[in-house]
Design a protein around this ligand. Structure first.
Ligand SMILES: Cc1ncc(COP(=O)(O)O)c(C=O)c1O
Length: 440
């Protein structure tokens, strides 16, 4: 897109001023918060929003958020996917209220746990499940178990990955973010869709597992090449390495996530975020062979796996309510139809400006990038990113009641309760933002 950098800077400053002017209550809370929380936020990522401070939330319901200054936002960020089911669904509210009455945590199983494990088995094809509190937890447990089961040390990941705040691999999704830890001897990071690189990474007998998303989602949407997953599966089997699939974002593809969409056969599967409807909850599943091996080798009560609140009555109740009543077959059908509406609307905006941007959809995830060719790996994906332009777009959107996830790239998430008029607003606001920038 051909825009003048000076005009972009001018408009960005105008939007920052407007943002601050219209949010005196958030500004005051943010100033006060400096005294008790580093950066004025309870968790660092909350400082990543495009404004000079984040809007403080008064309430959220369905796919909308209201801030303390009275602004209502159509929420296409949905807590980076943790609120994919929408906010405060009646089913979740009832389930959490009932759990509150019965007691939240006893470190004993509840009958609901069976329902959730059996439902996950039906959806993803892996027969055995354990639970965790976050996708990060589930991934850490999966890596530990993979190392214990294989007696090997190394982990293969794909550039552009993010699997949570893992010590040995904190993430590789923003230019310059990768840290020295990732080049540690036990982590091998290769390009997505690169079978030669995979062959080389699997050489020797040190690789415990490959951990991957079915499609990369933290650098826009990078689809697997045809045949990539079939080759990945047969090569990991041949190398004696386990295949761990992280569905925390690709769950957006449907009730059985990317695993069903791409017909995958992982040895282990991890899923967090959306599965708890916003409550801290995650799960990790095992093939029949691995489940038997874990029992035979008494790894169930394994060092470094589990936690007092994992699988608690509260988190299990949240998962059951979300899977049974919201992110079920009908819920995904509604969300996908709404996501297609947004995809089409964004394509119209892009076409109107004659730019060769790409709009891609993976179930309820919609992404636009500033390059026409579909990316095959993280490097390609970076070609379609413009952090300065995205920052302006996010600010412009915030000021007009639209929330998109603040991280690099342009991703909108759609829930079963996302409204059609909000989708129209999202596309119209992008059109206005570009119109002002390009003088159209
Ligand atoms: C694919 C993937 N896995 C795991 C995680 C970690 O999730 P959490 O921060 O909820 O532990 C993320 C977070 O963005 C993710 O994108």
């Amino acid at each position: 897109l051909n825009y003048a950098a000076a005009r972009l800077a001018l408009l960005t400053q105008r939007e920052r001023d407007r943002f601050a002017r219209q949010r005196p209550k958030s500004a005051a809370l943010f100033a006060q918060a400096q005294l008790s929380m580093p950066g004025g936020v309870p968790m660092g990522w909350m400082s990543a929003w495009a404004g000079p401070f984040p809007p403080f939330v008064a309430s959220a319901g369905d796919a909308r958020v209201v801030d303390v200054d009275g602004h209502t936002y159509a929420d296409f960020a949905l807590s980076e996917g943790a609120a994919l089911a929408g906010h405060a669904s009646p089913a979740l509210r009832d389930a959490l209220a009932a759990a509150g009455e019965r007691g939240l945590a006893q470190m004993l199983p509840t009958e609901d746990a069976l329902w959730v494990a059996e439902e996950l088995a039906r959806r993803f094809g892996l027969p055995a499940w354990h639970f965790a509190l976050s996708a990060t937890d589930a991934n850490r447990f999966a890596l530990r178990l993979a190392r214990q089961l294989t007696g090997r040390t190394d982990v293969v990941l794909f550039h552009g990955y993010y699997h949570g705040t893992l010590d040995e691999a904190p993430g590789d999704y923003e230019p310059g973010f990768a840290t020295a830890a990732e080049t540690s001897t036990h982590v091998r990071v290769i390009d997505f869709n690169d079978l030669d690189g995979l062959e080389a990474a699997l050489a020797g007998d040190d690789v415990a597992c490959v951990m991957c998303e079915p499609a990369l989602t933290n650098v826009g949407i990078v689809q697997p090449d045809p045949g990539f997953h079939v080759a990945l599966r047969s090569m990991t089997r041949r190398a004696g390495a386990l295949l761990i699939v992280d569905e925390s974002h690709t769950f957006a593809a449907g009730p059985g996530g990317g695993t069903r969409t791409f017909d995958l056969e992982p040895d282990m599967l991890t899923i967090g975020k959306a599965i708890g409807g916003g409550a801290p909850a995650a799960a990790h599943g095992f093939s029949a062979e691995l489940a038997a091996e874990i029992e035979r080798r008494e790894l169930i009560y394994s060092p470094g796996v589990g936690g007092t609140l994992a699988g608690s009555a509260f988190t299990i109740a949240a998962m059951r309510a979300t899977l049974e009543h919201v992110l079920n077959v009908d819920g995904f059908a509604r969300a996908h139809a709404q996501a297609t509406l947004l995809t089409d609307a964004l394509r119209c905006v892009v076409a109107d400006f004659g730019s060769d941007w790409r709009v891609a959809q993976l179930g309820c995830r919609v992404n636009y990038a500033f390059a026409a060719a579909p990316p095959r790996n993280q490097r390609d994906a970076y070609q379609g990113m413009d952090a300065v332009l995205s920052h302006y777009l996010r600010l412009f959107e915030l000021n007009r009641g639209v929330l998109l996830t603040p991280f690099l790239g342009n991703t909108a998430l759609i829930s079963p309760v996302t409204r059609t008029d909000d989708i129209a607003t999202c596309a119209a606001v992008l059109r206005d933002a570009l119109g002002e920038l390009l003088g159209a």
